[in-house]
Design a protein around this ligand. Structure first.
Ligand SMILES: Nc1ncnc2c1ncn2[C@@H]1O[C@H](COP(=O)(O)OP(=O)(O)OP(=O)(O)O)[C@@H](O)[C@H]1O
Length: 294
């Protein structure tokens, strides 16, 4: 069964078109990253998936129901950008209270352990650090044992170590066959934690695939070599070259046809040492895919 089907969805705020012609099917069990620059439409898409906003056109289904029904049935857990935490309660009390609202919650100890909060259980939730508070929000999102977990930029405000801990928690939760959708600006988070990456820009999907597919779809590769003190004049005219950068003694050519660029390079008569041809990294692919459309 599909966890999410979005069919031809559009959503505007006044004259701002946040999402347009959005089609997306997410099979149950998949971990999907929604990647895109500011204003791409990620949060708007997430709001519609969790029933907080209604599409102007098109349809959204979550496990075959409309989102509000799926949420009411306890099938969806969400960690949105600025959920406040109740003041004056300990972590254990907040999590215990929220899990009590669900028909079939996870055991309290399991929630705390999954969110790496066992050691903080007795601390006041509103007195924690930003990263620790995010973990409490994560605990609240999984408390009802939802089949679909939706996370909007869950690691914003976390340092590197907290991020690592957080993603380990997320993967542990996903391992039970659950479906996860998370929005992020961080390419490496998408690369390391998702089975599939959907890149959005300007309210539309501009790429959809595994990290490797997205990298290759951007079509760009880099050709690097040691230029030393030779002149770089004319390198930008080689076939396929779209960009050139000189870093110390190294020349880095971006190319849409690395074979032609390399062949042309040898014809220049330059002494070419340490030649390296690489696929674009995910960050370059992301910039290539989103720059023209946002
Ligand atoms: N409540 C709102 N009222 C008016 N415009 C809005 C509202 N929410 C979003 N928008 C606009 O809709 C567009 C999409 O915004 P959205 O928040 O969905 O993007 P995003 O990809 O989540 O961005 P970010 O990465 O910055 O969170 C933007 O142009 C934004 O300014």
């Amino acid at each position: 069964m599909d966890a999410i089907t979005v069919t031809n969805v559009a959503k505007s705020y006044g004259t701002v078109r946040a999402v347009a012609s959005l089609d997306l099917t997410i099979p149950a069990g998949q971990t999907l990253a929604l990647l895109g620059p500011n204003g791409a439409g990620k949060s708007t898409t997430i709001s519609m998936l969790v029933g907080l906003a209604r599409p102007d056109a098109g349809a959204v289904e979550v496990f075959g129901d409309d989102p509000a029904t799926a949420v009411a049935r306890g099938r969806v857990g969400a960690m949105l950008q600025d959920g406040a935490l109740v003041e004056g309660l300990t972590v254990k009390e907040v999590v215990g209270f929220v899990r009590g609202l669900y028909p079939e919650p996870l055991p309290l100890a399991e929630i705390l352990a999954t969110a790496d909060l066992t050691d903080l259980a007795g601390r006041r939730a509103d007195k924690l650090s930003g990263g620790q508070r995010q973990r409490v929000r994560f605990a609240l999102a999984i408390a009802g044992a939802p089949k679909l977990l939706v996370l909007d930029e869950p690691t914003a405000a976390m340092d590197v170590e907290s991020r690592r801990t957080f993603w380990a928690s997320m993967r542990a939760y996903a391992a039970g066959g659950r479906t996860i959708l998370f929005a992020t600006h961080y390419m490496e988070e998408a690369d390391e934690n998702a089975d599939r990456i959907v890149v959005m820009a300007g309210g539309r999907i501009v790429a959809d695939g595994s990290a490797a597919e997205i990298k290759s779809r951007s079509g760009t590769r880099t050709v690097r070599f040691t230029l030393g003190d030779q002149s770089a004049a004319g390198l930008d005219l080689l076939e396929g070259v779209t960009g050139i950068e000189i870093r110390g003694t190294t020349a880095i050519l971006t190319s849409t046809d690395a074979d032609a660029t390399t062949a042309g390079l040898y014809r220049t008569g330059l002494t070419v040492r340490d030649l390296e041809v690489r696929g674009a990294d995910l960050e370059e692919a992301f910039l290539n895919l989103t720059t023209d459309q946002s």
